[in-house]
Design a protein. Structure first.
Length: 221
């Protein structure tokens, strides 16, 4: 599958320069590299301090799961193994939240090391994980999940369920176009994109494509 190019006003995620230089030369495990890059993206979705990603979040992240699944269909690399390779290399720090007992990760810098120490001794805490399960990745699934994350933001399990339901009701191209239209109108939410889809299904699109007639799920965000 070829990439159609970055959309207008695409968002950028800062990546530490050494990761694109000396470290890029050293990292020879693709699972480790993918996990490190995804961890950086997840960290930048966090609000406030400390910015930490839990092991549960990594293991339940659909983009990371699908990405790792593509490496080996018979022996799928898992997120826990991949992130611990990054910890061993020294690019990522691992700690335990003293209050919740969750294993947490962040990038290895002096500032983040201090935050991790505060979490480990109970002076700071991270939000408790929701009940999450490891994502059962299907590497051949259409890329509406990636389109959502590239344009709207961090995907939650509930949003993933809504996207799967939308995929059942509408053509994939409609969903992708609705997400991009939401961004173009500066309305970065699934609720807004869902309403676009409902309108197209009800009234038809400008190109004359007929719509399927979905039942509303009533849970758009």
């Amino acid at each position: 599958m070829s990439f159609d190019g970055f959309p207008p006003r695409v968002r950028f995620t800062p990546v530490p320069s050494p990761l694109l230089g000396a470290l890029l030369e050293q990292i020879d495990d693709l699972a480790e590299l993918k996990c490190t890059l995804r961890l950086i993206w997840l960290l930048h979705q966090k609000k406030g301090r400390p910015r930490l990603v839990t092991l549960g979040e990594l293991k339940s992240d659909p983009t990371l799961a699908r990405s790792l699944a593509r490496l080996d269909q018979n022996h799928r690399p898992d997120a826990e193994r991949a992130v611990r390779m990054a910890v061993k290399r020294g690019t990522v720090l691992e700690g335990v939240d003293a209050r919740s007992g969750q294993t947490v990760y962040t990038l290895n810098s002096e500032r983040e090391k201090a935050a991790l120490e505060a979490v480990a001794d109970g002076r700071l805490t991270v939000s408790a994980d929701p009940d999450v399960e490891a994502w059962d990745a299907d590497p051949d699934r259409p890329n509406i999940f990636a389109v959502y994350e590239d344009n709207i933001g961090l995907m939650t399990p509930m949003i993933a369920d809504e996207l799967r339901e939308a995929e059942r009701l509408y053509p994939s191209a409609w969903i992708e176009d609705a997400l991009r239209e939401a961004v173009a109108n500066n309305k970065r939410s699934w609720r807004y994109a869902a309403r676009i889809l409902e309108r197209w299904a009800r009234e038809g699109r400008g190109n004359g494509e007929p719509g399927r007639h979905p039942q509303k799920t009533g849970r758009y965000y």
